[in-house]
Design a protein around this ligand. Sequence first.
Ligand SMILES: C[C@@](CO)(OP(=O)(O)O)[C@H](O)COP(=O)(O)OP(=O)(O)OC[C@H]1O[C@@H](n2ccc(N)nc2=O)[C@H](O)[C@@H]1O
Ligand SMILES: Nc1ncnc2c1ncn2[C@@H]1O[C@H](COP(=O)(O)OP(=O)(O)O)[C@@H](O)[C@H]1O
Length: 256
Amino acid sequence: MRITAHAKVNIFLKITGHKEGYHTLLSRFMRVDDLYDTLTLIPEKCETFTIEGCGDIPTDSNTIYKAFQILQEYTGSKKLKHFFENHKVVVEKHIPSQAGLGGGSSDAAAFIRLVNEVCSLDIPVETLAELGSRVGADLPFFIYNYPSANVSGFGELVEAFEEETLPLELFTPDIGCDTALVYKTFKQHLLNDITLCSFTGWEKYRSKDLLELIADPVMLNDLYAAALIAYPELKKRAPESWFFSGSGSTFFRIKT
Ligand SMILES: C[C@@](CO)(OP(=O)(O)O)[C@H](O)COP(=O)(O)OP(=O)(O)OC[C@H]1O[C@@H](n2ccc(N)nc2=O)[C@H](O)[C@@H]1O
Ligand SMILES: Nc1ncnc2c1ncn2[C@@H]1O[C@H](COP(=O)(O)OP(=O)(O)O)[C@@H](O)[C@H]1O
């Protein structure tokens, strides 16, 4: 009873608007094949829902626990409660936190997919994605588990993009980027300047071609400029000609 929870990068990320307190976006998400956490369900009597391996993240704020609560509420069955009185969740963390790699979201999505199977919940993937989106905006991409996808809305519209994943080299400086702060900074300083026509058709390009064609990390990712305002020290750590993932702080490039 084990599952891998892969990291993602945002090949490009363009903000398309703002509503209901959230930003809407168009982004190409790509799974990172060689960076993942693992989640294992291990038989053991547990007085409360038990997660091991997530360092000092309190259970209540762990995305895995939030996913459990949402599944429990949705199914309304005692099956899940009983299962987790007799199993603990052990996480082997490899994806750095606050890094724009979606580690917390990927863990929660992998947990939902694994529990759906192990507990024979038979919940269709579209419903799992909807339930997942209540944990975080990035969850639906990880629930569908496509190698590459165009993602829009707040993150809930996920369309598979036919291409192979790219071999990626990552660099995560020791600066944690708070997603909410980066979005808030974007709204304050940059939202008024978005030009929707500047990225028309980007979603049709293969990721490799788009990275070559656009090449500029600031143009490719709208949140990069916001992250540079919120975390000015990022500028010194940015390697020349690398790209920026999500709300940061990870830089990436195609392995040569
Ligand atoms: C930026 C992206 C790009 O893939 O991820 P990261 O790079 O941080 O991993 C996502 O849009 C992040 O998704 P996720 O990390 O799940 O964000 P959430 O926990 O849902 O939201 C954290 C906070 O960010 C802001 N937020 C998030 C998503 C969104 N579309 N608009 C927003 O304004 C909201 O203030 C929200 O309270
Ligand atoms: N299972 C989890 N793994 C990682 N971070 C988690 C988890 N559950 C909750 N969090 C919290 O989520 C925050 C950022 O999540 P993470 O997915 O690592 O960042 P990002 O959104 O930049 O990819 C962290 O501050 C961390 O405390």
